[in-house]
Design a protein around this ligand. Structure first.
Ligand code: FMN
Length: 308
């Protein structure tokens, strides 16, 4: 049975990855399972300089997920290449490096260094982090992903600088996500990741203070799954390039929903904090589903939703 899927010219052994920011650089999770069994490891967003992120509290539990305002805490590209990448290479992982810059130039620099120094098998541009406020774009949108024009410009700039498969990660905090998705495709992206977190807030009535120091944060987990699924369905019918779906996936059945809606790959994020072995269970679950339903190639499932 074939579980291989492709993103650009990259062939992945199965359609399961992890969502950026929920898996670090793989070290902690490798104590639980062989991380090379994943289709790909997607690392925490990398920036040119190391970042400490926002002031705590940065995480709040909600009824069906969590709010976070980590603010892109990461080791920076130098330390990543020197101290984190060797581990991923030694484990023989396919590695999607997620990058974040505060200008086009920073994205290009990050992508070029990753390509030159063999730091990634694919690049995911995070144009949609709701917890940082420093991107420079003339439309004054808080997020690049909210401006279709800028999504195209940013994508094009990185596309022209590197050959690695290029993924653009979009935000659900927009009226029509198909617009920036089409822009990413026009800019030369090989795939689109959806969704990043939905903006949310929580207040402690006793203190009347927001529970997050950042006041607002990004909602993730099962609460956002139906929103993510609908966006995957919308975008996969609109663009020709593959969609990587994420948002509240916990089980093989959830992953199947996304594949059937049109995603070529799916990522597990917040649920990893509850069950670090979830990705392995999900890969096994996909295999069983295919066996039980006489499906010899997982690609036959993609976009196979039946609308009557
Ligand atoms: C704690 C936390 C940190 C995150 N950090 C990043 C990040 O650095 N870069 C990024 O592109 N997305 C980041 N995300 C968003 C996830 O990659 C994912 O898009 C989102 O959480 C939806 O998936 P989920 O519901 O399975 O968690 C983060 C999410 C969480 C919960």
């Amino acid at each position: 049975m074939n579980l291989n899927v492709s993103i650009g010219n990259l062939i992945l052994k199965n359609p399961i990855t992890v969502a950026s920011g929920t898996f670090g650089y793989g070290e902690e999770y490798s104590e639980y399972f062989d991380i090379s069994e994943l289709g790909a490891v997607t690392i925490k967003s990398l920036t040119l300089q190391p970042r400490l992120g926002n002031i705590p509290p940065r995480i709040v539990e909600t009824p069906a997920g969590m709010l976070n305002a980590i603010g892109l805490q990461n080791v920076g590209i130098d330390t990543y290449l020197k101290s984190k990448l060797p581990f991923l290479r030694e484990k023989k992982c396919t590695n999607i490096a997620n990058i974040y810059g505060t200008s086009i130039d920073e994205y290009v620099k990050l992508a070029e260094r990753l390509e030159k120094e063999g730091g990634a098998d694919a690049i995911e541009m995070n144009l949609s982090c709701p917890n940082v406020h420093d991107a420079k774009n003339k439309f004054k949108c808080p997020l690049i992903a909210q401006s279709p024009e800028w999504v195209e410009k940013y994508t094009l700039a990185v596309r022209s600088s590197v050959k690695l498969p290029l993924i653009v990660k979009l935000s659900p905090n927009i009226t029509d996500i198909t617009e920036p998705a089409l822009s990413a495709e026009r800019g030369g992206a090989d795939a689109i990741s959806i969704i990043n977190t939905l903006l949310g807030m929580a207040i402690n009535p006793e203190t009347r203070k927001p529970k997050l120091k950042n006041v607002v944060g990004g909602l993730s987990g099962p609460a956002i799954r139906p929103v993510a699924l609908k966006m995957v369905w919308d975008v996969s019918r609109t663009v020709k390039i593959p969609v990587i779906g994420m948002g509240g996936i916990c089980t093989a059945s959830d992953a199947l929903e996304f594949l059937i809606a049109g995603a070529r790959m799916v990522a597990i994020g917040s649920y990893l904090f509850r069950d670090p072995l979830a990705p392995i269970r999900i890969i096994q679950g996909l295999r069983e589903y295919c066996l039980n339903n006489g499906i010899d190639d997982i690609n036959k499932l993609i976009g196979s939703v039946i609308i009557e």
